[in-house]
Design a protein around this ligand. Structure first.
Ligand code: FAD
Length: 176
């Protein structure tokens, strides 16, 4: 989105009292509140930079009854982003709603993406795979050290082939 367009949208918002908070000057605008956007917002905020995070999807309140989301067996509009059929599992007809998972059908490939506050964390399987040094160093710039990364992450599920560890006790006990 161009800066001018964004500026116009924010200026329009300033005309309406309920939206005027949007017009507060920010140093940074982050589009999307998934893993990338939310971690970026956290780190920038910790550095004292005033951020605005814009998220297209809804905020899903987790209920004690654990019925916030649709299930694979009983899909409804909550499971899919603006789709008339369930995008995961059986493609049964559902009400069109701003649900948590978007399906993008591209040329020969189906791409799934999370939608909502938290992005992919709303739908992902909780598997944290630890990359090999070779893959890590191929992708990340050299300023980011593999050893520092490895020392700080040990969240991967146990697996013979992944050389990974269990979920640390502090994560389990936090109830996340
Ligand atoms: C079903 C599923 C299971 C997965 N399981 C795993 C797993 O077990 N382990 C693993 O490591 N990874 C898993 N992934 C992948 C992981 O979820 C993604 O790699 C990760 O979410 C990408 O983070 P991101 O911040 O780039 O994007 P996302 O987390 O997708 O966040 C993007 C956000 O931007 C928002 N957005 C998009 N466009 C706009 C717009 N125009 N305006 C405002 N907001 C917008 C979206 O609603 C979304 O909230 C899974 C993904 C899916 C779909």
């Amino acid at each position: 989105m161009s800066c001018l367009l964004l500026e116009n949208i924010l200026h329009t918002c300033s005309q309406y009292p309920r939206l005027s908070w949007l017009y507060t000057r920010r140093q940074c605008v982050i589009i999307g509140s998934g893993f990338g956007g939310s971690v970026t917002a956290l780190r920038l905020a910790q550095a004292g930079i005033h951020c605005l995070v814009l998220e297209r999807g809804g905020r899903w309140s987790i209920t004690p009854a654990q019925n916030t989301f649709a299930t694979l067996r009983t899909p409804d509009g909550r499971c899919s982003w603006l789709s008339s059929f369930a995008v995961f599992g059986e493609p049964v007809p559902i009400d069109v709603y701003t649900g948590v998972l978007e399906l993008l059908q591209e040329d020969g490939i189906n791409v799934y993406a999370g939608a909502g506050v938290g992005g992919g964390s709303l739908v992902y399987n909780g598997v944290t795979y630890q990359p090999t040094r070779t893959n890590f160093e191929r992708i990340f710039p050299k300023e980011i050290s593999y050893n520092a990364f490895k020392a700080r992450t040990s969240l991967a599920l146990p697996g013979k082939n992944t050389n990974s560890t269990g979920i640390p006790v502090f994560v389990v006990s936090s109830g996340l």
